[in-house]
Design a protein around this ligand. Structure first.
Ligand SMILES: [Zn+2]
Length: 430
């Protein structure tokens, strides 16, 4: 054993648990390390993950542990004062298809390790700590996302029960097989008055911390986003006989829009804009494109910044099509509000990171997380942990290391101690 492994007991233990949990997968087993990891809502592998998490919560010394009506694994470490507002934390244990081992799961393992450590020290917090392994976040099996965290904020839509997976199994049937009662889901809604807030530890899922060579990042906001799909229409004509000045080429119009999105988004450091789809229906090598379908995905750390970006992009779309003699259609398909971190909870993360000796670094979250759902009900703030392999995620190449994971647990413990020792500020209560 090297000295660095000895120095990261929490990190080593968490990586080992992540490996054990990754043995459960929906995908057919294949030999070797490249076995795909896929855990979707309420499959056999999913229920096996829940059983492991439940057992580990008991092993770690939680006072209460159970699986709720949507499949969330919920553990409570009771505090000295049962009436004091609770701290809620957690993340999801389902995965995308062909996933990595840490997306979501790290945010369950870190608080569990912290509970085990508090128990080892014989220490009681003044308030209850509630840790939730959310059953579903990724929307892989059914056309619904954030099923686990949604249930806690009263956003479980009963219409989802009729949704069927690719094999025709409805969510209602999947819940019945798993022993869950859909009628009991509504009661999972938490009363925000009972909570001081929600915090979530998550892998960054991007390259920023890795490039900056920093183990931890304090999240300032979960980005708001807006998505559109559209189509430009010009005139399909002969690629050999139509002079360049007499064309109405729909694909070059979309290309110009994509270049504008890139130019406009780099004007502010935290904006991102993507034209992820460009498609010429029935395109031919010798035909000027008469139609081109496209998508737009625009994100920013505040709704104002997002709306300003979208408004400029739409204005440019209109200008491009007028200049090129094209028509266009555009449909908004999704709009999600930004979830800025609660200033008081964010400040506590900052002090916790500083206490570990790691440099302080802030970044917004470009991806959606369970904290975005909890934001509807209570203050929230997230802590990111560096991903190795340039932060690649939603991939088997997703990786973290024991040293960074160790720091995440130390930061989490420090966060708890701060809440225990420092009375809430007026900001906490406001
Ligand atoms: Zn995640």
């Amino acid at each position: 054993m090297t000295s660095s492994e000895c120095a990261a007991p929490f990190g080593d233990a968490i990586l080992a648990r992540a490996d054990v949990l990754a043995r459960h997968s929906d995908a057919a087993a294949s030999d070797g390390a490249s076995r795909p990891l896929t855990v979707t809502y309420l499959t056999e592998a999913h229920r096996a993950c829940a059983a492991d998490l439940l057992q580990w919560m008991r092993d770690d010394g939680f006072d209460e542990a159970g699986i709720d009506a949507v499949g969330n694994v919920v553990g409570v470490l009771r505090g000295i004062d049962p009436t004091a507002p609770r701290l809620l934390t957690g993340s999801h244990y389902d995965t995308v298809r062909n996933a990595g081992r840490y997306d979501g799961r790290l945010g369950i393992f870190v608080p569990m390790a912290s509970v085990a450590e508090l128990r080892r020290q014989g220490r009681r917090l003044p308030f209850d700590l509630e840790v939730v392994g959310f059953a579903e976040e990724e929307g892989q099996r059914f056309a619904a996302t954030f099923i686990g965290s949604g249930a806690l904020v009263g956003q479980f839509d009963p219409a989802w029960l009729a949704l069927a997976d690719a094999d025709g199994v409805t969510m209602r049937e999947a819940m019945r097989v798993a022993g869950h009662d859909p009628a009991a889901v509504a009661a999972l809604k938490r009363d925000p008055a009972r909570y001081r807030g929600f915090v979530e530890v998550h892998i960054e899922q991007g390259p920023v911390l890795s490039n900056a060579q920093l183990p931890l990042g304090v999240v300032t906001a979960i980005n708001g986003s807006v998505r559109f799909v559209g189509e430009m229409t010009g005139v399909a004509c002969h690629a050999g006989t139509t002079p360049m000045g007499q064309r109405r080429d729909a694909a070059t119009g979309v290309a110009e829009l994509a270049l504008y999105v890139e130019r406009r988004a780099v004007q502010a450091p935290l904006l991102v804009g993507t034209v992820g789809q460009m498609h010429v229906p029935d395109g031919s090598i010798n035909v000027v494109p008469g139609r081109c379908r496209f998508s737009l995905d625009l994100r920013a750390p505040s709704d104002d910044l997002r709306d300003a970006l979208a408004s400029d992009v739409l204005a440019e779309l209109s200008a491009i099509t007028v200049r090129r003699g094209l028509d266009y259609t555009l449909k908004e398909t999704m709009r999600a509000s930004a979830a800025p971190s609660d200033p008081a909870l964010q400040a506590r993360w900052e002090r916790a990171v500083a206490a570990t000796g790691a440099p302080l670094f802030h970044l917004p979250s470009g991806a959606g997380h369970d904290a975005m759902k909890l934001h509807a009900a209570m203050p929230q703030a997230m802590l990111f942990v560096r991903g190795d392999n340039d932060g690649i995620s939603h991939s088997p190449l997703e990786a973290i290391n024991a040293a960074d994971t160790q720091l995440a647990v130390e930061a989490f413990l420090h966060f708890l101690v701060q809440l225990a020792e420092q009375p809430p500020t007026s900001q906490d209560l406001g």
